[in-house]
Ligand binder design. Structure first.
Ligand SMILES: C[S@@+](CC[C@H](N)C(=O)[O-])C[C@H]1O[C@@H](n2cnc3c(N)ncnc32)[C@H](O)[C@@H]1O
Length: 243
C-alpha cells in the first residue's frame, strides 16, 4: 500500500504579533472582538498577544499534537535552522523591518518563549492539532483567515526546501479549505518567489479561484524580509459558495 503523502513540512519557527501585523497589514483596532484563524501557525506568539487586545485567534498546526517539552525542543531547532537559512539566504535581506539577523532571530526567540507559556495554558482551547487540507472546524466561522510561511514557501518547486507533497493540487485544496472556513478575507504570504519573481502557483490559484467566483489580488504591505517580497495574496470569498 502507498504511504500517505507527507504534507507536514516546514521549520517550527514563529513570529510575534508585531511581525504578523506588518506581514498581513493588520488593523488591530478593527479586529477587536473578531475571530481570526491562523493556519500553519507554528510557535508564533500572535494568538497569545492578540488575546490581550480582545482579538480571538484560533491556531492550527499538525505539531500541536506534540507535548509541550517536545514542542519547545522543536522550536529551539527551528530557531537554529532559521538562523542558518538567513545566514545563507540567496537574496539580500532587507533592513526595513529587522536591523540584522540577530534582531530577526531575537524576534523568533521572543515568539517561541511567549508561545510556549501560552500553549501550556491554552493547549485545549486556542491551539488545534490539524493539517491542511482538512481543518476540522465549522464553515464560515472566521472574520479573517491567515496562513504565513507555509504555502508557496515550501511548494514542491521551491529550490532547496520544496516538499514533494506540496504540489499544485495540494495548494488548491488547501486554499479551498481556508475559504470554506472564512466569512471574510483569506490572506496568504509569501505570494512571490524570494527574488520577487511571480510564483506560478500564486498565478494558477488566482485563475482557478476566480473561476470559482472568488476575488483575488496582491496587496502590498510594509513588511520586508528581502526588498522584493512585500505583497501578500488576498482572496475575498465569492458570494455563492456551497456549504
Ligand atoms: C515556518 S512555520 C510558520 C509559522 C507562522 N505561520 C509564522 O509565519 O510565524 C510553518 C508551519 O507549518 C506547519 N505545517 C506543516 N505542514 C502543515 C500542514 N499540512 N497544515 C498546516 N500546517 C502545517 C509546520 O508544523 C510549521 O509550524
Amino acid at each position: 500500500m502507498d504511504e500517505a503523502p507527507d504534507s507536514n513540512a516546514g521549520y517550527f519557527y514563529g513570529r510575534t504579533l508585531r511581525e504578523y501585523q506588518s506581514m498581513f497589514g493588520l488593523d488591530l483596532e478593527a479586529l477587536r472582538g473578531k475571530r481570526v484563524l491562523d493556519v500553519a501557525s507554528g510557535p508564533a506568539s500572535f494568538a497569545a498577544e492578540a488575546a490581550d487586545l480582545d482579538i480571538e485567534v484560533v491556531c492550527c498546526d499538525p505539531r500541536y499534537a506534540l507535548d509541550p517539552v517536545e514542542l519547545r525542543a522543536d522550536g529551539e531547532r527551528g530557531i537554529e535552522f532559521t538562523r542558518l537559512a538567513y545566514e545563507h539566504f540567496p537574496a539580500p535581506l532587507s533592513k526595513r523591518f529587522y536591523t540584522d539577523i540577530d534582531d530577526t532571530i531575537a524576534h523568533g526567540q521572543r515568539a517561541l518563549d511567549h508561545f510556549a507559556a501560552d500553549f501550556e495554558q491554552h493547549r485545549n482551547g486556542r491551539y488545534i492539532a490539524a493539517s491542511l487540507p482538512e481543518i476540522p472546524l465549522p464553515s464560515r466561522s472566521f472574520d479573517l483567515v491567515l496562513c504565513a510561511n507555509f504555502l508557496i514557501l515550501y511548494a514542491d518547486i521551491s529550490p532547496g526546501i520544496g516538499v514533494p507533497a506540496l504540489d499544485y493540487p495540494f495548494h488548491l485544496s488547501a486554499v479551498e479549505e481556508l475559504l470554506r472556513l472564512a466569512r471574510g478575507p483569506v490572506r496568504l504570504r509569501p505570494s512571490h518567489g524570494i527574488f520577487g519573481e511571480p510564483h506560478p502557483y500564486a498565478d494558477r490559484l488566482r485563475v482557478d479561484l476566480a473561476g470559482q467566483g472568488h476575488q483575488t489580488r496582491f496587496v502590498d504591505t510594509e513588511y520586508e524580509l528581502t526588498e522584493l517580497t512585500r505583497p501578500l495574496l488576498q482572496i475575498q470569498p465569492g458570494a455563492i459558495r456551497p456549504g
